[in-house]
Design a protein around this ligand. Structure first.
Ligand SMILES: Nc1ncnc2c1ncn2[C@@H]1O[C@H](COP(=O)(O)OP(=O)(O)OP(=O)(O)O)[C@@H](O)[C@H]1O
Length: 319
């Protein structure tokens, strides 16, 4: 049985078609990433799935029961589905701790105290537990909102750009917190992002949204290694066109190797730029026809040096 299912969902705003015939399924415990550019319809889709907005056509099912229209209701949303969106719904005059504790107000005091403590710790919020929500930074608000929602233990968590305001350190704290709860609670989640690295790292499956249409759904490995189009390939990582004029076949930079054996060389060019990325170096080479980017673990090339590059045909992708 699916936890959440959308069937042929469409949505227009005025004359603009924002979602077109979207069908997708969320399985128990599954994490589905919706990856798309700004304006592709990600937030609108989440709001429909969370029962904050009605679709113009199509249906949403929670555990195979039709989710009724939100029209005319005073309180939108769904008891078992929790949406955390970019604006965060916190009580501004309550502290971090009070905000989280509020979600647990119907539980026994002992359970509530322990759970709040656990959530404060794993989301890295203990030090600012007494700070009023209105005084928090964007990232702190985001972590508080996530801790508050996790306290409610929804069946489905809908996250709108969960890592958007976070620096690398806090992103890691939150990622570990979510991972822990994910394993403990078997919570299913749909999260939207425009960051391919987040979608690849966090999803069991990724749905790629383009102009309101799902153009590919698959595991991160499928979407990355077997993209259905060059658009998906470029959205999920860097690519090199093997012939920039025809733009018919392309390869990921990490699949290109340097060779000193000229017989094995498939491409040769001059090093034009070298960029440091922390865990690797990005080398850009050019010749009269084309440019190729590839990666090295160490800086063993110089600007202006001629390089011979090779790759395996099995790693070449075509459109
Ligand atoms: N209430 C609304 N009224 C009119 N147009 C809207 C409304 N909400 C969204 N839109 C439009 O629908 C399109 C999709 O918006 P949406 O917020 O779903 O995209 P998104 O992929 O989440 O973008 P972002 O990543 O920038 O948040 C945009 O063109 C937006 O301007």
């Amino acid at each position: 049985m699916t936890v959440l299912r959308a069937e042929s969902v469409s949505k227009n705003f005025d004359a603009k078609s924002v979602l077109k015939d979207i069908s997708l399924e969320l399985n128990p415990g599954e994490w589905l990433g919706i990856l798309g550019e700004s304006g592709s319809g990600k937030s609108t889709l989440l709001r429909i799935l969370g029962r904050f907005v009605d679709s113009d056509a199509g249906y949403v099912y929670f555990q195979e029961s039709l989710v009724p229209s939100v029209k005319g209701e005073l309180i939108p949303g769904h008891n078992s589905i929790k949406l955390i969106h970019q604006e965060f719904e916190l009580f501004p005059n309550q502290t971090v701790e009070e905000n989280i504790s509020y979600s647990l107000r119907f539980y026994e005091p002992e359970y509530r105290i322990n759970k709040v403590e656990e959530l404060l710790t794993i989301t890295g919020l203990s030090a600012i537990r007494n700070q009023k929500a209105k005084l928090l930074s964007g990232g702190e608000k985001q972590r508080t909102a996530i801790a508050k929602s996790l306290a409610e233990q929804p069946d489905v968590l809908l996250l709108d750009e969960p890592f958007a305001h976070l620096d690398n350190r806090n992103r890691r704290i939150l990622a570990e917190a979510i991972e822990k709860l994910r394993q403990e609670q078997q919570m299913a989640c749909i999260f939207v992002t425009h960051e391919s690295a987040d979608a690849l790292a966090w999803s069991d499956r990724i749905a790629v949204l383009r102009d309101g249409e799902i153009i590919q759904i698959g595991t991160p490995q499928e979407v990355y290694n077997k993209p259905s189009s060059s658009y998906v390939a470029e959205l999920t990582g860097d690519i090199n066109w093997l012939n920039s004029d025809t733009q018919k076949s392309f390869i990921r930079p990490e699949k290109i190797k340097r060779t000193k054996n000229l017989e094995k060389s498939k491409w040769s060019g001059i090093v034009e730029a070298i960029r440091f990325h922390g865990n690797h170096w990005e080398i850009r080479c050019v010749n009269d026809n084309n440019a190729l980017v590839f990666y090295r673990n160490r800086k063993d090339v110089e600007i202006g040096e001629q390089l011979y590059l090779t790759y395996s045909e099995k790693d070449v992708m075509s459109v």
